[in-house]
Design a protein. Structure first.
Length: 298
């Protein structure tokens, strides 16, 4: 029967072979998997040469190929194999942005059927919002929902998702302010100096995670207001870490809103289109130190 475009994995059991089609957006996150990251069976059979114009990757294999197994029951012959997703290593060996997955495939004879498997859903322990008080300024850092309209209710993420952070500062009778994020560090414990440790914003406002080939991490333009700052970070976990918790600590700072952004006060994202750093505000020159690592201390 005709394959539906909706399942992540669809299987057609034919007389002597099976045809498996895998949606490129395997996990439904909008980030396609690569054909080279998929294989069939313990023999690691590759897919057919992919067509970039198609939304699916196709495997065709004889029932006895690719290391499949056969079970004989009173009613049927059951051929079993497994679809493997083994993501390529990230450009940064310290972190991973995708997790391996396995999808069991079965063909029952004389019956024919389609089978599918849901995506793997790694869960993340709650993100801890922090509030610091200094004099009459109140800082906050929150995870937001997809349209930035409210704080996110769920604290679980799947690799491939985007984390939407919003930093804010409120003041009582203070001069107008502009907020900056100097540094954000992810750790597996509440101690921000513990190891492993990954600074995805560093150098006084450079979103360095955005330089990796497999990310879309960036500051969001324009700001909703000078005393608020939004940024996207692609979900990740530490390589080799069996846990599912991440703690994020950020250093927030303000300057007078009337003061023009400069190398001390900046929010810089890396543009893959131009291969250059781009400031949220101000001239490109204020981001030049993001490449050299010689940004002045605020």
């Amino acid at each position: 029967r005709a394959l539906s475009p909706r399942p992540a994995v669809a299987v057609r059991c034919q007389e002597g072979q099976l045809v498996a089609t895998v949606r490129r957006d395997l996990f439904g996150t909008g980030r396609p998997v690569r054909a080279a990251e998929l294989s069939l069976g313990t023999a690691s059979c590759p897919p057919l040469p992919p067509n970039p114009a198609q939304a699916f990757i196709t495997f065709v294999a004889a029932l006895h190929e690719c290391g499949s197994t056969l079970q004989v029951t009173p009613d049927s012959l059951i051929y079993r194999t497994t679809l493997f997703y083994k993501p390529a290593p990230s450009g940064n060996p310290l972190i991973v942005r995708a997790t391996p997955a396995e999808v069991l495939i079965e063909c029952h004879y004389p019956r024919k059927s389609n089978v599918s498997s849901g995506a793997v859903h790694p869960t993340w322990a709650p993100f801890l919002s922090t509030v610091a008080n200094e004099e009459r300024l109140r800082f906050s850092l929150r995870l937001m929902d997809d349209d930035w309209s409210r704080e996110r209710l769920s604290n679980s993420f799947q690799l491939g998702d985007s984390l939407r952070f919003q930093a804010d500062v409120t003041s009582e009778g203070h001069v107008p302010l502009r907020l900056f994020v100097d540094q954000c560090v992810a750790t597996t414990t509440p101690d921000r100096s513990s190891s492993p440790r990954y600074a995805f914003i560093d150098l006084g406002g450079c979103l360095v995670d955005g330089r990796a080939d497999d990310t879309g991490s960036a500051f969001v333009s324009p700001r909703p207001r000078p005393e608020s700052l939004r940024f996207l970070v692609d979900a990740f976990k530490f390589a080799g870490d069996a846990g599912s918790s991440l703690y994020v600590s950020c250093h927030l700072r303000v300057s007078a809103a009337a003061q023009a952004p400069n190398p001390w006060n900046k929010a810089c994202s890396f543009s893959k289109a131009s291969g250059l750093w781009a400031p949220l505000e101000g001239t490109a020159a204020i981001c030049s130190c993001c490449d050299t690592g010689s940004c002045p201390s605020p």
